[in-house]
Write a protein that binds this ligand. Structure first.
Ligand code: G6P
Length: 610
């Protein structure tokens, strides 16, 4: 995710800022940049790629300034390139802004500014903010006020830092939903989006609250709300060490990413859900909306966990939009010469956007004249570039090799696409509204699921010595059985298989005895009773049952040895909640087995070879 660092004090700033960026590299980013004032003039240097590239670009020995701001960008709006890298400036070139987060209403602000004669040269939402602050500054001639006025018009999330040659001894920072910390050193201040960039200077810091700003000068700082009320936010001691900070206090990136899911799902929904209209707004698909309306068939192609997301998406789209959907492994799609016509719309789902097989499948589908859409996490990745249109997941960098938060974001985005396609066809506004409000409730419900972590850990402990696991589910929960089994084998090296529960009797039932734990995803839907019967078949053979069930389901206790509850939701959304316990079971088993959770043996995060 993006990183911000700013410095004002007595030391030379440029190298210090670049080093601060290096401390945040673990977060993932695609470009880096710096703004500093030298002899009252604002200088900007930025570069796509690694911070080292920026470091080489900046002539540190020639720069004596001791004030500046810097940024590592993880693209959300516009490709990762030099131009879209931060800092961004206003039209006068005197105000620079670095920004983490997403400005949701940037299009309307931009349109208004264009009407007023302002010029834009990047694809970013951040430039809109910089130009907006510049436009307001022209009126009020006060940087703090201009920032405050701009922020009170902005919807979305931000952590920002502003540096301007108009008021050269000042940095303004602000936060809304995206962290900002002000480190307080001896005659120096370091602002950052991540305490990792601060702790080599000081362990005394103020964590800004949402809607709060810090106005920092050489003499000191004030904190205020965006409404201009003073806040006396307390100075705290940062107690974490660097390694802990990088992992957000969690032992592994995988666990951190599991716990990020309420937020990442929220980000996948941000600005996209129109609950009152029972519909969605997916700007990235505007260019192909007619194609989606007239599509005769959807083919979804992907690999690994993304392929499991595709299977859930198949059920979602067929249910809501009544269009035939096929799901195909990208590795099969690319070589078996599938029948694809120009009436088909192909979806490619990928976290990295770089998986070689998926990319090749995209090219093959285009070759056959189909409309190809990308649903990827990494902005500007190869699949994003090779597809005609698409939707980004906005899950932020996923570092743990076993995919977790990308999966729930994929399902969330697919639920939006299914809803949109349903509303283009036969889905009523009323039904759309019911579905949209359930989708909106997902982040809080995931939070609720995470409250069961202790119980899940205890259950995992009981089965740590099992040599095999079976995962069973039906309907929407069948792909989830596959995903649960994949998570376990990926990181714990325990053999696990996922099956549609009813298929058990055609083979896997032969494996069941008292040593076989069976994880049932048994949420309440039309086939719930049938799933209970499948459980009985397992119990009759002394299999041990871990059930994931909906809150309020008391019947399940008779059938299962352990029950993990998740909140009630629509069957199509159950996988987004039910996968969380599956991720945690895999994590805690792997942890006890002392496996390398974040870097499992033989696996790669991004498989860019066949
Ligand atoms: C690798 C990763 C998996 C991922 C799969 C597809 O196998 O380890 O976690 O699901 O690739 O990757 P993609 O980036 O295309 O989603």
């Amino acid at each position: 995710m993006c990183g911000i660092v700013g410095y004002i004090g007595n030391q030379k700033a440029s190298r210090l800022l670049v080093n601060g960026l290096k401390r945040m590299e673990y977060r993932g980013y695609d470009s880096a940049g710096i703004a500093f004032l030298e002899n009252g003039i604002l200088n900007i240097m930025k570069k796509q790629g690694k911070v080292d590239g920026l470091d080489t670009l900046v002539p540190h020995d020639l720069i004596s300034t001791n004030i500046g701001i810097a940024h590592t960008r993880w693209a959300t709006h516009g490709f990762p390139n030099d131009n879209n890298a931060h800092p961004h400036t206003d039209n006068s070139g005197n105000i620079s802004v670095v920004h983490n987060g997403i400005i949701e209403n940037y299009t309307s602000i931009r349109t208004k500014l264009i009407k007023d004669g302002y010029k834009f040269s990047t694809d970013t939402d951040t430039e809109v903010l910089a130009i907006f602050i510049g436009a307001l500054y022209e009126k009020v001639k006060n940087l703090e006020e201009a920032v405050r006025m701009a922020l009170s018009e902005v919807d979305g999330t931000y952590g920002i830092a502003v540096l301007s040659s108009y008021e050269p001894d000042k940095i303004i920072a602000a936060r809304m939903g995206s962290p900002m910390v002000l480190g307080i050193g001896d005659n120096e201040f370091i602002i950052a989006s991540d305490a990792a960039a601060i702790i080599s200077h000081t362990n005394r810091a103020i964590y800004l609250n949402d809607g709060e700003m810090a106005i920092v000068t050489r003499e000191g700082y004030v904190t205020k709300t965006v409404q201009n009320e003073n806040t006396n936010t307390a100075v705290e001691d940062i107690e974490l060490d660097l390694e802990q900070i990088e992992k957000g206090g969690y032992d592994h990136f995988m666990l951190k990413e599991i716990f990020e899911q309420p937020e990442t799902v929220r980000n996948a929904l941000r600005g996209r859900l129109l609950v009152e209209k029972g519909n969605v707004r997916l700007g990235g698909l505007n260019a192909v909306i007619d194609k989606l309306r007239t599509a005769k068939r959807i083919v979804i192609t992907a690999c690994g966990t993304s392929w499991h997301a595709a299977l859930v998406a198949e059920y979602m789209i067929e249910q809501l939009a009544q269009i035939p959907v096929e799901v195909e492994y990208a590795s099969e799609f690319r070589y078996r010469n599938p029948i694809i016509t120009p009436d088909d719309v192909i979806f490619a789902i990928s976290q990295s956007g770089e998986t070689a097989d998926t990319l090749a499948a995209v090219k093959e589908a285009r070759q056959k004249g189909a409309t190809v859409l990308g649903f990827v996490n990494v902005v500007g990745s190869s699949i994003a570039r090779e597809t005609e249109a698409g939707i980004y997941l906005h899950a932020g960098p996923e570092i743990g090799v076993a995919s977790t938060k990308a999966f729930t974001s994929q399902l969330t985005v697919m639920s939006l696409v299914a809803l949109m396609m349903g509303r283009m066809r036969n889905l009523s506004q009323l039904d759309g509204k019911r579905i949209a409000s359930e989708i909106a409730a997902l982040p809080e419900k995931i939070e609720k699921v995470l409250e069961s972590t202790k119980l899940i850990r205890e259950i995992a402990h009981e089965y740590v010595n099992s040599k095999n696991f079976l995962y069973l589910g039906r309907g929407y929960n069948f792909p989830l059985a596959l995903e649960g089994a994949l998570k376990l084998k990926e990181i714990s090296y325990i053999h696990a298989e996922g099956y549609p529960a009813a298929e058990m009797k055609h083979g896997p039932i032969a494996l069941i005895d008292e040593n076989m734990p069976v994880v049932f995803i048994a949420t309440q839907d039309e086939i719930y009773d049938k799933v209970l019967s499948n459980m009985e078949e397992v119990r009759a053979r002394k299999g041990r049952i871990i059930a994931i069930a909906n809150e309020g389901d008391e019947r399940i206790h008779v059938h299962a040895d352990h029950v993990i509850y998740i909140p009630q939701t629509l069957p199509m959304l159950n996988p987004i909640l039910a996968v969380v316990p599956l991720q945690l079971i895999a994590y805690y088993i792997a942890l006890e087995l002392e496996c390398n959770v974040d870097q499992p043996r033989n696996l790669a995060k991004s498989v860019t070879v066949e």
